[in-house]
Design a protein around this ligand. Structure first.
Ligand code: NI
Length: 171
């Protein structure tokens, strides 16, 4: 397994709609393992393939609180098939938007359909933190970041700061 560099916004790959996976092969399985290692190392609760520069519909997640409870989830071509009317706000962050956090309002519970690493179609019901993470990661596959759920004023402020931080680092 390998730990991969994570793209930081604004970046064109993060804005792109990722491609459907049509073949599950050893390379894809390795990609998901590398994504999990990168996510644990960061550390983060979820990671989408575009964040490491791969424009494919693949996400990984783990909302376990401790290393002993690890429960990695790998999803290929995930989609939300149902969302609750009830909404909930949660303070979100993103490995591609480092050091910025903001309250985002989303459905409190969702159902998601996806393929596992064996190509089997599965469905999960998620609520609480997992529902937040699933929706956040599927957003990434559609070129949407959590800052896109904020007012343009807030979003632009965060993106400007990220751009400035990168420039400062380069100098
Ligand atoms: Ni994210």
């Amino acid at each position: 397994m390998a730990c991969l560099p994570i793209l930081v916004a604004p970046h064109p790959i993060l804005k792109r709609k990722a491609d459907l996976v049509t073949l599950i092969d050893a390379d894809l399985v390795r990609l998901m393992d590398d994504m999990l290692e990168t996510m644990y190392d960061a550390p983060g609760l979820g990671l989408a393939a575009p964040q490491i520069g791969v424009s494919k519909r693949v996400i990984v997640m783990d909302t376990a609180r401790t290393e002993e409870d690890r429960n990695p989830i790998r999803m290929i071509n995930p989609e939300i098939t149902w969302a609750s009317d009830e909404m909930k706000s949660y303070e979100e962050g993103c490995l591609s938007v480092p050091e910025h956090y903001a309250e985002v309002l989303r459905p409190q519970a969702v159902r998601a359909r996806f393929m596992d690493a064996l190509g089997k179609t599965l469905e999960i019901n998620a609520d609480g933190l997992l529902a937040v993470v699933v929706q956040h990661e599927i957003d990434h596959l559609n070129g949407v970041l959590f800052v896109d759920h904020l007012s343009s004023l807030k979003r632009n402020m965060i993106l400007r700061k990220l751009t400035k931080a990168r420039k400062d680092e380069e100098e």
